[in-house]
Design a protein around this ligand. Structure first.
Ligand code: 5GP
Length: 210
């Protein structure tokens, strides 16, 4: 099989459970995937640490990263900037490792433009009301922010067909299995195994009959 790693983009409405799926995926399959850590101008939430959930940066620092082309993609979400540091992703993919970017839709579509071979997954809850219940239940955001995030989700839903796969997050463990099998299957696509195909074609030449 060809050795290049995959760029996997995982998006979904705020509160759809993509963060939890990611956490469980990394735990269930240790060493199999690498998570890209984004830079953001958003303030840390309680319990979040710089360099673990995000690289928390000032607006000036973030702008400098943009100017220096250090970000693979970046976008504004609810008044804050978020971006994917380029070098980490490129290095891992070249080493044959799969990297997961947990990012919102504008960024995901930028990634697809730069890397058409990227694999885009979208996570949604079973219903819109489930989404609201989960955001309220999380208890990390004010009512205002929740209303803003739901309104953003309504807009984002227009772009879901730009993704390759849909994961309906009803049961967490099943969603983790689904994400894992989608990524695994992707490696077997003929389009991702051109080198392997060329090799066997060349090897088989010795059996050709004239
Ligand atoms: P939160 O503030 O809830 O951590 O994240 C808000 C949104 O920003 C989520 O949809 C999250 O996936 C997205 N996000 C996180 N990092 C990045 C990034 O590097 N680029 C983009 N485009 N979106 C990101």
């Amino acid at each position: 099989m060809d050795k290049k790693g995959l760029i996997v983009v995982l998006s979904g409405f705020s509160g759809a459970g993509k963060g939890t799926i990611m956490k469980h995926l990394l735990q269930a399959y240790p060493g199999e995937f690498h998570l890209s850590i984004s830079a953001t101008t958003r303030a840390p939430r309680q319990g979040e640490e710089d360099g673990r959930e995000y690289f928390f940066r000032t607006r000036e620092e973030f702008d400098t990263m943009i100017e220096n082309h250090e970000l693979l993609e970046y976008a504004t979400f609810n008044g804050n900037s978020y971006g994917t540091p380029r070098s980490y992703v490129e290095q891992l993919v070249n080493e044959g490792k799969d990297v997961i970017l947990e990012i919102e839709i504008q960024g995901a579509l930028q990634v697809k433009k730069i890397y058409p071979e990227a694999l885009l997954l979208f996570v949604m809850p079973p219903t819109a009301d489930d989404l609201k219940d989960r955001l309220v239940g999380r208890g990390t955001e004010t009512e205002d922010v929740i209303a803003q995030r739901l309104a953003i989700s309504a807009k984002e839903s227009q772009f879901m067909t730009g993704y390759d796969y849909l994961v309906v997050n009803d049961d967490l463990e099943q969603s983790v299995l689904n994400v894992h099998s989608i990524i695994s299957s992707e490696h077997f696509k003929t389009a991702r195994n051109v080198e392997t195909i060329n090799t066997i074609q060349n090897e088989l030449k010795k059996f050709e009959r004239r």
